[in-house]
Design a binder for this molecule. Structure first.
Ligand code: F6P
Length: 464
């Protein structure tokens, strides 16, 4: 049993860390820093708070950085063997746990829990154990540890065994599956996952719906929650950062280019997603096509700006989905397009400044996931849009819990109803649009990232 007390007072653990490395042609390493809620949260507690972020090396550059001993203060990158990481991340986290919590399986043929699954599960255990051991080594006596996401569901239980003195929290950024779906997992695996999570003092979720689903799974498969507390922290948009960043020169430049692509005077229905199977981009395109059929008056007067950025391209099913998005977009452009009008403006190469440009130009934001932990785009577009925008929002997105009243809600599977919602959004009067945007912005910014993190930390320290 490792019982070394390190120096860190606040520890965060996540698969993807705040920095990644690339080996340049000359052999030197280039560090790339990321953003997001945890980065803001940790900067809010200040550099002297004794914080440490434990993350995994993801690519070759990261592994090389670990090998050379290159790193950032406050970050410890774990060089978990590449094959173990691939099994844990691609095999279990993204192909099983993500699919279960987002309810993505095409059940007549999948999932198949066979010997290969068991082999990958062993890697998932190894990978979780590497995190638990590193945290146990680095944490000061009584320190607070907040573990992130489904990649690390076993860490709280493992860490509890190694260091019973710690305050252990876990936060889920995804939905949690309801018991009827969760029970698809082999019984022993389901039990191991729940017991792993219940090793924490406190578990955080993005909405009450996901927290209730977890509680229901525990009631059914783990004999209840035991001493573990549950909290809901609805991560909000970082309004200050977004407003400032979206007025920088590169964004203004991209606005001009995008305005040209859309066409002067045309309305813009905007969506920006990582191309996850759960985002429902294809049905969004079909709904847009249906709108052009049902309301030909919109032809040449509107464009659908769809940014579908690459995600998890190691997985064939993700690559196929991206191809399908491109195919359907092209089909719509061929069918309805005219020499002066491209109905769908699709981009698949990630460009943050261009995303902000699209947010600023948006008349309508389309956020129609089949299931989503929160969906920050739904919160960001109203904050950034120059003229205010109408939000067409899936009732299956976590953001619906906070934004539902001022959005136009859709059943994400109902393409006809989504087309109707787009029409309603495009025809909404300016006063109602402004009023709704004001309320959407207030709800979207109620819990900015830094506060979201501090709130969890305080609740964890207060949990007995
Ligand atoms: O959006 C949900 C989420 O689990 C985030 O918490 C996390 O950053 C991301 O998905 C993981 O994505 P990736 O596989 O690209 O690291």
């Amino acid at each position: 049993m490792a019982s070394t007390s390190g120096a860190a007072q606040v520890l965060v653990a996540s698969n993807r860390g705040p920095v990644s490395y690339e080996v340049r042609e000359d052999g030197s390493l280039r560090a790339k820093r990321g953003g997001g809620g945890l980065v803001s949260g940790l900067s809010a507690i200040g550099p002297d708070a004794g914080a440490l972020w434990v993350c995994s090396a993801l690519g070759d550059g990261d592994r090389e950085a670990v090998r050379r001993g290159v790193g950032e203060t406050g970050v410890r990158m774990l060089a978990i063997p590449a094959d173990v990481h691939a099994d844990a991340y691609n095999g279990i986290a993204n192909s099983v746990l993500w699919f279960v919590h987002h309810m993505l399986y095409q059940t007549p043929l999948e999932p198949v829990f066979d010997a290969e699954f068991r082999r990958q599960w062993a890697s998932y255990e190894t990978y979780n154990r590497a995190f638990a051991e590193a945290l146990a080594e680095e944490a000061a006596e009584g320190a607070a540890v907040i573990v992130q996401d489904y990649h690390l569901a076993l860490v709280p239980g493992m860490l509890r065994d190694l260091r019973p003195d710690l305050r252990i929290g876990h936060f889920s950024h995804t939905p949690w599956a309801p018991p009827e779906y969760f029970r698809m997992l082999p019984d022993d695996i389901a039990g191991q996952l729940l017991r792993g999570m219940l090793g924490a003092d406190r578990l955080g979720f993005l909405t009450h719906r996901w927290a209730d689903a977890f509680t229901a799974c525990c009631a059914e498969f783990a004999g209840g929650l035991g001493d573990t507390r549950i909290g809901v922290h609805g991560l909000g948009a970082d309004a200050d950062f977004l407003r400032r960043r979206s007025h920088e020169a590169d964004v203004t430049e991209r606005m001009a280019a995008l305005r040209q692509e859309i066409g002067e005077g045309r309305r813009a229905i905007v969506r920006v997603d990582r191309t996850e199977l759960s985002k429902n981009i294809v049905r969004g395109l079909l709904a847009y096509g249906q709108l052009l059929d049902d309301h030909p008056e919109w032809r040449e007067r509107v464009a659908h700006v769809a940014f579908a950025y690459p995600s998890r391209q190691d997985l064939a099913v993700y690559r196929d989905y991206t191809a399908e998005v491109q195919r359907v977009a092209e089909e719509i452009n061929e069918r309805y397009g005219t020499p002066g009008w491209t109905p769908v403006v699709l981009h698949v190469k990630d460009d943050f400044a261009r995303s902000l440009a699209a947010y600023r130009l948006a008349d309508v934001a389309l956020v129609n996931p089949i299931r989503d932990g929160m969906n920050l785009v739904a919160k960001e577009v109203p904050v950034v849009s120059d003229e205010g925008c109408v939000l067409v929002l899936s009732r299956e997105a976590g953001a619906y819990e906070e934004l539902g009243e001022d959005a136009i809600a859709v059943n994400p599977y109902d393409v006809t109803a989504t087309a109707r919602a787009l029409h309603a959004a495009l025809t909404m009067g300016p006063e109602e649009r402004a009023e709704r945007t004001k309320r959407l912005v207030a709800a979207a910014t109620a819990l900015p990232p830094a506060q979201w993190f501090l709130e969890q930390l305080q609740s964890l320290r207060a949990a007995v």
